[in-house]
Design a protein around this ligand. Structure first.
Ligand code: ZN
Length: 183
């Protein structure tokens, strides 16, 4: 960040009083601009004993396989975000079963919330960010062509827990989020 998003003046890196690390601080209005990790939400989606994988059309890791996942948007719950990503990347209609894993990736400033989900129908198709999407049996998972380490971890965990009944972590959303209005 070079300029303040509140007033447009240059920012400089300094340590605010009482803080324990350096921040971007506006030289004019004094706003401290915190840089916090982002939430990534996604789902390991199954149809019977097949796994939904998408081959990425975009960098990073274009051409490699992943599960539908992406940044959570303001105004949606993590589960809604995972459902949305499955539709955007694979035209898949899914129902969330439970939280399968939480991975922190501090190097790139991400916390990933990854769910297990059930496809409501086997019809899938690539969205704009996918070259192709497939429903693969466990024996055909392209372990050497996965896009990210967390996808490997997720698949390994899902495989180890595939006969585990019911939700793996209780998902609790006390306040239903309002429907999103498209801009
Ligand atoms: Zn400012």
């Amino acid at each position: 960040m070079r300029f303040c998003s509140s007033c447009g003046a240059p920012v400089r890196i300094q340590r605010p009083p009482g803080d324990d690390r350096d921040r971007h601080v506006c030289t004019v209005c004094g706003t401290v601009h915190y840089h916090n990790p982002k939430l990534v939400v996604g789902a390991l989606c199954t149809w019977e004993d097949r796994i939904l994988l998408c081959r990425r059309a975009i960098d990073p890791r274009a051409g490699f396989w992943t599960v539908p996942a992406g940044y959570l948007e303001f105004g949606e719950t993590a589960e809604e975000g995972a459902v949305r990503e499955a539709w955007e990347e694979a035209r898949a209609r899914i129902e969330i079963e439970g939280l399968l894993a939480v991975y922190s990736v501090p190097r790139i400033g991400q916390v990933q919330l990854l769910y297990r989900a059930r496809l409501l129908a086997p019809e899938v198709a690539p969205g704009p960010e996918s070259l192709e999407v497939r429903l693969l049996p466990w024996s055909e998972i392209p372990w050497d062509e996965l896009a990210f380490t967390t996808v490997r971890w997720l698949l390994e965990r899902a495989l180890a827990l595939r006969d585990h009944p019911g939700p793996l972590v209780t998902v609790f959303n006390p306040v239903p989020s309002p429907p999103r209005t498209e801009a």
